[in-house]
Design a protein around this ligand. Structure first.
Ligand code: HPA
Length: 258
């Protein structure tokens, strides 16, 4: 299925759905979707084109609902239940802007990040880490607690549902800790050794920010992370492995959402 691209503005003739009387044009600074356009649960991949891929290949009746800066969002149904997907961009600042507006302006209740991560000791390529906690070198969560360390956790129900969904399908899922880094290219020597010592399984760039934003504004967060490359061994997934691994993670996230 192909979804036509919405060219500009928050409503146009290509998308008469946007004119439906129950929808008011509620644009925020970064999201030009009408009111009620998002489902209670939003899947949140970094890449907006992955959001499009998910809508086209996993949703029924998908419609594009926003596209400011090409940060595409879609709503459709999965197994008959309304669900949305939107790109978050890369890094805590980008992901925080969209997550905040989804919660405070669109009433979103559950945000499930689906992304890739670099693996450390204890995981292998293709494993899926269901991130119970997210350590970080970012200052965002410290700012939330007046300079003290705030440790936002994933939502227990989403963790439980996604782990159960992965186990039912026999997918390789591990519940554990990730690290959300502000720097993809990190200069700190010995950092990976310390992370492994502390039981951190993988590195990505958004989960700690998403968890903090959700706690701040009252939504339930989860990050599910597929190990796409291994920091210790230098291995990385081939294009086909990546597609398969990502599809498994999308299925798990959707099962957790419904
Ligand atoms: N570091 C940070 N983010 C990532 C990595 C990594 O090694 N791999 C995939 N996302």
């Amino acid at each position: 299925m192909t979804i036509e691209h919405k060219t500009s503005g928050s409503a146009n003739s290509t998308f008469p759905y946007l004119y439906a009387p129950i929808y008011r044009n509620l644009s925020t600074i970064h999201i030009n979707a009408p009111e009620n356009a998002f489902a209670d649960t939003v899947l949140f991949p970094g890449d907006p084109l992955r959001a499009k891929f998910i809508a086209e290949n996993f949703f029924d009746d998908a419609k594009e609902i926003c596209n400011v800066r090409n940060m595409l969002g879609f709503t459709g149904t999965y197994k008959g239940k309304r669900v949305s997907v939107m790109g978050s961009g890369m890094g805590i600042p980008s992901c925080s802007i969209y997550a905040k507006e989804l919660i405070t302006d669109y009433g979103v209740k559950n945000i499930i990040r689906i992304g890739t991560a670099g693996g450390l000791k204890g995981v292998k390529l293709g494993d899926m880490v269901i991130a119970l906690s997210a350590s970080t070198d970012s200052n965002v969560n410290r700012m939330r607690l007046l300079g003290l360390d705030f440790a936002p956790a994933a939502d227990f129900t989403l963790v439980k549902n996604s782990y159960a969904a992965a186990k039912k399908k026999n997918y390789p899922a591990i519940v554990g800790s990730c690290f959300s880094s502000d720097l993809f290219y990190h200069p700190m020597e010995g950092l990976h050794d310390r992370m492994e010592k502390l039981g951190i399984l993988c590195i990505e760039m958004e989960a700690a920010g998403l968890y903090g934003i959700c706690k701040e504004y009252g939504a339930n967060p989860l990050a599910i992370l597929t190990i796409s490359d291994h920091i210790r061994t230098g291995e990385s997934m081939s294009a086909e492995e990546r597609q398969l691994g990502l599809s498994k993670m999308i299925e798990v996230a959707l099962e957790a959402a419904v």
